[in-house]
Design a protein around this ligand. Structure first.
Ligand SMILES: NC(=O)c1ccc[n+]([C@@H]2O[C@H](COP(=O)([O-])OP(=O)(O)OC[C@H]3O[C@@H](n4cnc5c(N)ncnc54)[C@H](O)[C@@H]3O)[C@@H](O)[C@H]2O)c1
Ligand SMILES: CC(C)[C@H](C(=O)O)[C@@H](O)C(=O)O
Ligand SMILES: [Mg+2]
Length: 366
């Protein structure tokens, strides 16, 4: 079994180093091979997703990914920008189903920007379609407008589109996931305005006929954004398109206490997957050693469960994360009065120690 390790840019290298440390202490029979991706690969090879990195990703049983991007690449031609690496991996590997579980750990109810009672016990699953929508629709580009409000003006355009099979397969994923949870799916759309999302709503409704035991509700994306901060615990599984899912999952991250707590799994039809935190390369804190590595460590746990058939090892990681939080360890993004501020590396070390069965010093004030 082989894991491709792609740390990427910014805090990507710092947080992936901690997840790798955690995987190593589990002493499982797989090898890890690292490659450059994003801005780091552009610097070394002139391309954000070099052939060699793509080949490694394709040959591996699973991919552990950090994050890509930095402001300094924002003026490059689009195909050379770091973000094209993650988009390219998703597309080349057919990773259409993105699972972003938003779980509020008991110890972090006070780290959320919402009132504790709104997020205590929160456990929702956002399922984001990941290879379609306006992200990948063609045509796109710049041109001179021939109509619209300003004919003759320079304009830019993208294409939002979804085909029936693309919607059907993500709807099946959502209903099947809901069957293993609280049997409720909220399909988020903008059917009141966009034809793409009227079609989305129609197809999801048709697929639902195969799952009479699962409740389906439809919700417009603007309302969903509001309901997520009004009463987040009313959701179970949320299924939506690529762009709405991107935005709503960052919003949901704050329900868990921090964007640094939200892991993700991106799977293809064969259950092969790429595992990464939902956040980005955080150039504002990169190199400071303060990033929260838990979203990446929890993504590694998802990798063990979904792609590497090691559910017990995944459980061990998740229990260790609970143990270090219970013991009061906090990176700065989740710190609150009475807990101990630790660095990225100290947080990783604490998870490793908890897995190894060493006693974690409790540093929470009583
Ligand atoms: N999948 C990916 O690789 C991915 C995802 C999102 C953004 N990006 C890229 O990352 C770059 C920065 O984008 P952004 O600033 O909009 O989003 P971001 O997610 O990188 O950061 C947003 C904010 O959250 C904080 N943050 C993020 N992760 C954190 C962590 N683990 N611990 C503590 N704080 C954390 C950052 O410091 C920042 O203030 C851009 O180039 C963007 O394109 C990449
Ligand atoms: C970096 C970017 C392409 C990416 C996305 O929009 O999908 C990111 O925001 C994410 O959520 O993984
Ligand atoms: Mg995003």
């Amino acid at each position: 079994m082989k894991i491709a390790v792609l740390p990427g840019d910014g805090i990507g290298t710092e947080i992936v180093a901690e997840a790798v440390k955690v995987l190593k202490v589990l002493d499982l029979p797989f090898e890890m091979e690292e490659a450059k991706v994003g801005g780091a690969a552009y610097e070394a090879h002139g391309h954000p997703l070099p052939e060699s990195t793509l080949a490694l990703a394709k040959s591996a049983d699973a991919i552990l990914f950090g994050a890509v991007g930095d402001w300094k690449y924002d003026t490059l031609d689009r195909p050379l920008r770091p973000e094209q690496a993650i988009l390219g991996l998703r597309k080349h590997l057919g990773l259409f189903a993105n699972f972003r579980p938003a779980l509020c750990y008991e110890q972090l109810t006070h780290a959320s920007s919402l009132k504790p009672e709104l997020v205590a016990g929160l456990d929702i699953l956002i399922i984001r379609e990941l290879t379609g929508d306006i992200y990948f629709g063609q045509p796109r580009g710049r041109r001179t407008a021939v109509d619209g409000h300003f004919p003759g003006a320079e304009e830019a355009f993208d294409t939002m589109r979804y085909s029936r099979p693309e919607i059907e397969r993500i709807a099946h994923v959502a209903f099947q996931a809901a069957r293993k949870r609280n049997k409720k799916v909220t399909s988020v759309d903008k059917a009141n305005v966009l034809e793409t999302f009227q079609f989305w709503k129609d197809v999801v409704t048709e697929v639902h006929k195969d799952y009479p035991d699962v409740e389906l509700e439809h919700m417009y994306v603007d309302n969903a954004a509001m309901q997520l901060v009004r009463a987040p615990k009313k959701f179970d599984v949320v299924v939506t398109g690529n762009m709405f899912g991107d935005i709503l999952s960052d919003e949901a991250a704050m329900l868990t206490g921090s964007i640094g707590m939200l892991p993700s799994a991106s799977l293809n039809a064969e259950n092969r997957g790429l595992y990464e935190p939902s956040h980005g390369s955080a150039p504002d804190i990169a190199g400071k050693g303060i990033a929260n590595p838990l979203a990446t460590i929890l993504s590694a746990a998802m990798m063990l469960r979904f792609s590497l058939q090691q559910p017990e090892a995944a459980d061990r990681i998740e229990s260790a994360v609970r143990a270090v939080l219970a013991a009061g360890y906090r990176t700065v993004d989740i710190w609150s009065e009475g807990t101990q501020k630790v660095s990225t590396r100290e947080m990783g070390d604490a998870v490793v120690a908890a897995i190894a069965g060493k006693t974690i010093t409790t540093i929470t004030k009583s």
